[in-house]
Each structure stands twice: as C-alpha cells, then as structure tokens.
Design a protein around this ligand. Sequence first.
Ligand code: ZN
Length: 108
Amino acid sequence: MRRDYRSPEAQTYRAWYKTARWRVRRAAQLTNEPLCRMCLKAGRVTAATVADHVIPHKGDERLFWTGELQSLCKPHHDGAKQAEERRGYIIGCDASGRPLDPRHPWNR
Ligand SMILES: [Zn+2]
C-alpha cells in the first residue's frame, strides 16, 4: 500500500477504511461475492480479498458508504493500478487503489 501521497481529501477518506463500519461492509461484500469478479469474467475461480468501489468515490462520503462494491483479487486490484502508472499518471493511490491524479479518466 502506498503511503507517500498526502492530500487532505485522501487523508480524510483513508480514515474511513479504518472504521469498524467499513470492515463490516467489506466483510459483507466478500461474503456475498467471495470470488474475484474479473477472474470470473476470464473464466477463472479466484478468492477475492479486496472490496472495491465500482464507482470511484473520490472522497464522496455517500458513495463510499452506499456505492456498489465489487470483489477483486489482489493481483487484479493492483494490476489496475500498475496499468495506470504505465499510462503516465501520477503514481499514488488511496487505500482502495483508486488513482489520486485528477487528470486520470476515473477522476473526471
Ligand atoms: Zn482476479
């Protein structure tokens, strides 16, 4: 997990991931959907370990707590990040793996 990027917004929602409320939500997601969604699409069965926001919450508290989640394995979650880095965006992700660079298409 990268910890080198410090924006006030990122610090605010990084704290949400440390709450019991998020841990319950994450555990519920991984219970409801225990397999990596991207692996399933590729015809593989892999245990998911990451509850990822389908729509990047970008610090939006409502989206963070009520937005749809998807289960991903760590390689898929991290692989998406590495692809962004190869495209030349600022390296830096929040705790959910979302890019922090406002120029990234996910942040538009
Ligand atoms: Zn996967």
